[in-house]
Design a protein around this ligand. Structure first.
Ligand SMILES: *Cc1c(COP(=O)(O)O)cnc(C)c1O
Length: 480
């Protein structure tokens, strides 16, 4: 490891890394000695050493801008830098959330039009931009479900049905809303098991949350039938639309029978993500849920844009108006691509995933051998039989300078490897990934030890995840 990473080791007493401006206030005495922390030995380095230290640290980061990042259910795609410039325009970035509406008409217009675009893209009736994450959008959608049933005086519906491939946030959001959970099984093809849904769908069920494509990366061809059954029995159908990369411009949730869907602007619509935000999880709803949407929505009246609250609104779900900067980037993305461009996004995303599926199929077990959507789920069970686990494959990919796919999720696939290449990757990049995966499959047969001890070329070797989680050591200690 480069010495630049270890600041205290290049520290030498008397080195100074910055020159402070001349004092322009009267000097004051330091507090009494017993209040000063003698043991806090700060490193003393020169300016150039400090610069090298931070630059070296920054190079430890791995991101979409440094390499391929095929993390399934995450859509780690390239986000045009120009959209950041748009979000930073003074008229967007320097306004205050409490400014009078007349003075921020441009920002309101952007929100109004974004609401309209997302409503159109999802084939729904109205959109709230307020929720600030995907899970928060799920939570908001479920609050709408609750309000809808309460408004009709239907008090028995206290359960949310989910599928066994669901994203972990789906049950968490339902429980946060005070619902009970019921799980519907997948059938042998990775679709909803209709018999299981038939028996589970009773008068206690408020809604079925069904990601489409499912978290197995598959489109369920029985979706219209599923919606019909749920509605006939008085329930609602909600989509976790966090990953819209397969459907964008192809098919609309509203036309598939959904009552509402939450989107992740920070996955599909040009905001980089990971590291905890900022995000945006708009909720798009059909007419039956529109009156309950959180406040505020933006409307246009006589050429003026205004915030309004729907008649039976569930109230506020976030401070102010949501994450406005993320909305600016989504708006720029939609406007710069246009309807045709959005359609091309999903075509290429699906093409790239199917390309990887076909190329890797001879080497890794494919649980559901059919056309996939924006991502493909393999199982490492062949490799497991040779004593190599999916985690070893993931760690070995790091030696190739590649970020591993999502592993051990969805839970219904043994030793899952969930690969989402996204539309922004070239054939060369996909081919390099395929080559790495092929070499790894060969090493499983011929040299499994190299997998068990991977990674070898990273600044830190394999970490003990369990110990790190149980006994986190988050404070820097001076080496003695
Ligand atoms: C990412 C994701 C979520 C959660 O989104 P957050 O913004 O992280 O809360 C929910 N569902 C699916 C399917 C996802 O991929």
């Amino acid at each position: 490891m480069s010495y630049h990473y270890v600041l205290p080791e290049i520290s030498e007493s008397g080195k100074i890394g910055c020159s402070l401006p001349a004092l322009d206030v009267p000097p004051t005495e330091l507090p009494p000695k017993q209040l000063l922390r003698q043991e806090l030995e700060l490193p003393e380095v020169s300016e150039v050493e400090l610069m090298r230290y931070f630059t070296a640290l920054s190079k430890l980061n791995y991101g979409v801008d440094t390499g391929f990042y095929p993390l399934g259910s995450c859509t780690m795609k390239y986000n045009p830098k120009w959209h950041e410039d748009i979000a930073r325009l003074a008229g967007f970035a320097s306004i205050h959330p409490l400014q009078p509406e007349e003075s921020v008409q441009g920002a309101l217009q952007l929100m109004f039009e974004l609401e309209e675009y997302l409503t159109e893209i999802t084939g729904t009736h109205a959109t709230s931009l307020v929720p600030i994450a995907g899970a928060h959008g799920e939570f908001t959608g479920l609050l709408l479900v609750k309000a809808y049933h309460q408004d009709r005086g239907d008090k028995a519906r206290k359960k949310i049905l989910l599928t066994d491939s669901s994203h972990g946030t789906n049950p968490a959001s339902a429980v946060m809303c005070g619902f009970e959970i019921g799980v519907v099984a997948s059938d042998g093809e990775g679709n909803v098991d209709m018999k299981d849904l038939e028996s589970a769908m009773n008068e206690e069920v408020a809604a079925l949350t069904l990601t489409m494509p499912t978290t197995l990366g598959l489109f369920d061809p029985k979706i219209l039938e599923i919606g019909q059954l749920v509605h006939e029995r008085g329930g609602l159908l909600g989509a976790d639309g966090a990953n819209l990369n397969a459907l964008l411009g192809q098919v609309k949730f509203g036309e598939l029978g959904y009552d509402y869907v939450q989107l992740n602007l920070h996955k599909t619509f040009s905001t980089p993500h990971g590291g905890g935000g900022p995000g945006s999880g708009p909720v798009c709803v059909k007419e039956n849920l529109a009156d309950f949407l959180p406040s505020p929505l933006v409307t246009k009246n006589k050429g003026m844009y205004k915030f309004v609250s729907p008649t039976k609104s569930i109230g506020r779900v976030a401070n102010f108006w949501g994450n406005f900067g993320v909305m600016c980037k989504a708006y720029a993305y939609i406007r710069s691509l246009g309807a045709e461009g959005l359609k091309e996004v999903s075509e290429n995303a699906v093409l790239n995933a199917n390309y990887l599926k076909e190329k890797l199929k001879p080497y890794y077990y494919l649980s559901y051998d059919r056309i996939c959507m924006h991502e493909v789920v393999f199982s490492g069970r062949r490799q497991k039989a040779k004593g190599v686990h999916t985690v070893d494959i993931a760690k070995r990919l790091l030696d190739y300078g590649l970020h591993p796919p999502t592993v051990y999720f969805p839970l219904v696939v043994d030793e899952a490897l969930m690969i989402e290449p996204t539309e922004t990757e070239s054939k060369q990049t996909l081919d390099a990934f395929v080559e790495a995966m092929k070499e790894i499959a060969r090493d499983v047969e011929e040299n499994p030890e190299v997998l068990h001890t991977a990674p070898h070329s990273t600044p830190v070797r394999r970490l003990d995840d369990v110990r790190a989680a149980r006994n986190p050591d988050l404070r820097w200690h001076m080496r003695s």
